[in-house]
Design a protein around this ligand. Sequence first.
Ligand code: SAM
Length: 259
Amino acid sequence: MSDVVFKVPNHLRRGNVKHNQLESVNQGVALIKLMAREFGLQDLGQSRVLDMGCGCKLVQAFKQEDLPLGEYVGVDVFPDLIEFLQNEVDDPRFHFQYLNSHNAMYNPEGEPLSENTRLQLDEESFDIICLFSVFTHLAPHDYVAMLKMLRRYVKPGGRIIFSLFLNEATEGGHAFWDGVVRDWTENQEKIFGGKDEFIESVQDDEPVDFLDWDPSQPLKWAIYSRKNALRLVEGTGWEVESLNDPVDIIQHYMICRPI
Ligand SMILES: C[S@@+](CC[C@H](N)C(=O)[O-])C[C@H]1O[C@@H](n2cnc3c(N)ncnc32)[C@H](O)[C@@H]1O
């Protein structure tokens, strides 16, 4: 792939590949293709997409490969990024909105997210709602609030897809824990008393419902048990269609449909 077509200054970028725009764009292209595949589409040319916690990865990816797109709305709690995208993306298919909702890691001064939080968007108007690396930073009450709040905006027959950290090691995946084990630190040695004990604990049948992995960096790693991740969807207006193992560009990811 050639150089990045639509560049975003590094100080407006978040996530683990923020200093490598090309890598980030490649991931974005792969995520768009994954969504098309999962939803049985050739591409997203006819889809209206709501990207919550959008960052800039998907917009850069659409631009990079001129990928087909119906319409895209990106929402984020990062005002400078949203302003930049509103000013610099000169394409009527793309829209960006700032939302001042609280997140312990990204927007600690924001207003609490609730099922009554409103986006300035038409209800029941999106085919696809996606959140990549957003539930990975949500506390359980926001996990539920986010699902309930977004339910309003999906078309009947639409889908939501989101990545999350599950408290389980997955063979061959780039699961969160693989990285933890690889980058084992003294701090983790102190918490878990040794690598072997730790590996045993994540292979446990009954991991804790929720773990804020590094309390010194609140919600940097929001880790759920599989059971809890599924249970928290109940009563939100969605039902789980699939909970998928990680693949190279994404952690575990869930797909739900509206009920
Ligand atoms: C790790 S970044 C991921 C960005 C992008 N989705 C990606 O895959 O590159 C998490 C993003 O979620 C945004 N965010 C966090 N909490 C949010 C919330 N409650 N509502 C909307 N966006 C949120 C952050 O500002 C940040 O841009």
